[in-house]
Design a protein around this ligand. Sequence first.
Ligand SMILES: [Zn+2]
Length: 287
Amino acid sequence: MPVVSLTDERTWFWHEIQHAWIIARMAELVKNKSLAWKVSSQGLHDFLGFEGKILLSTVMEDELLDKLTLKDYAEIVAAARPDATMVPDVYTYLDDPLCLSWQQTIKSANLAKAFSGFDVPVVGLVKGAIGKQVAWSTQNIVALGYQTAALPCRELVRLDLLDGMLMGIVGILRKRTREPRLLLYGLSYPLGKYQRELSYSGFSWFINAKRGLYQKQGNVCFLTDTTVRFEECGCVACKGKIALDLREDVKTLALHNPSADNWEARVDGIGKAGVPIRRQIRTWWTS
Ligand SMILES: [Zn+2]
């Protein structure tokens, strides 16, 4: 699922390419009052001119998280009218003292409980600094009836901890849900494993394009790279062009990047628009 920018229309690609879901960031609405006003007067769909589904991400910088109350979240979501949102984020750092990361993990669980009665489909957020916390957080999300969980994973990738965490999370989801689904937030290339469970989201497709970087099967390379430069790409953006043809064409490159890695996989399970989450909750807890 491509993350788009509400303030940069170059990321609004839907006139050229269809994606079932996109992600907009609540952080942009919190930081920019005039943008928030415009979006709330129209709703996200009309503001963006996008007819697909929109997930409003709550992942944001710590200083913004501290400002928001539960009521603020509810008001922003009600005004923006997305098709789904996420449980509010908390900050857990891998090098925090354990008592602090437990505090944040428990806070996240309480937020998940508060949002499980929300009137818009909600994606649970898996949080935690160590395996035990992440497992506890995942079990809690499942117990509350969330159909889809998201894992913010930029820091996990940076510290090379993603694989270990995923093994634990996917294991729990497989055991306790009928259709395990995990959205990796901040990772826009496929891992090549857990193909049934994982979907991907990120903004790197656009950042990479601005830097002249070309995505192919989870790898990123320069357009002049010998492995891609003369290779024709059959994606909906390139339509047979070779990578070198995109040197002066940031727009096509930006459209190629999210098309290249088949982001559409398994993103249709987040929730049905307009169906209150209460009615979607199923008892998957079998053990
Ligand atoms: Zn392409």
